[in-house]
Design a protein around this ligand. Structure first.
Ligand SMILES: [Zn+2]
Length: 191
């Protein structure tokens, strides 16, 4: 049976909508602006993810190399760079206009459903969240939320407070869907 690890270690192999170059895929990312919505999804899964919106692709390559990050992009030209084709920098090409489909391709191709830690990282600034007792957020969250919720997380960088509300539940369901679809595709691909 072909495991996900074997699938992603195939050099230059085409997998679903993603194209992987290089060997073992790391768990830190840089998301190119052309696939920008994936940055929040990846952070939602707990992956250390930078959003790149600079004019110079070269600096994205340098950052990926220096920090051991995998680049996720929709730019086919970017994939032709020597650092990518030689495997020095890992990159995943995603296609289409639907961010959910792009994310599904990334989850499947990179095996992101294996070790993710949902809701541990700030969606806005990528910092790791700290848990907060209820009495620590008094006056900082809406009264309706305070009455209903017992557990809170806070971003040490931007101070944003997170709780398990309806938005959280919807995102959680989506992550479960990504994971389940990834499992089906990996199993289907092994037959
Ligand atoms: Zn933050």
């Amino acid at each position: 049976m072909l495991t996900t690890t074997e699938l992603i270690s195939t050099p230059c192999g085409r997998i679903d909508k993603g194209l992987i170059f290089g060997g073992k895929v790391g768990q830190r990312f840089i998301v190119d602006a052309n696939a920008g919505k994936l940055a929040k999804w990846l952070r939602m899964m707990g992956y250390d993810t930078l959003f790149f919106n600079g004019p110079d692709d070269g600096s994205m390559v340098k950052l990926a190399l220096a920090q051991g990050r995998t680049v996720i992009t929709r730019d086919t030209e970017f994939m032709k760079r020597r650092a990518i084709s030689s495997g020095r920098v890992r990159a995943l090409l995603v296609s289409g206009d639907d961010p959910a489909a792009q994310m599904q391709a990334a989850v499947t191709a990179l095996g992101l459903d294996k070790d993710y830690r949902p809701f541990t990282r700030c969606l806005e600034c990528n910092a790791e969240l700290s848990s907060r007792a209820k009495n620590e957020v008094t006056g900082s969250v809406p009264k309706r939320v305070y009455r209903l919720q017992e557990q809170y997380m806070q971003c040490p960088s931007c101070q944003r407070i997170y709780w398990r509300g309806t938005h959280w539940a919807a995102m959680s369901r989506k992550l479960t869907e990504f994971s389940a679809a990834s499992q089906r595709q990996v199993q289907g691909g092994s037959q």
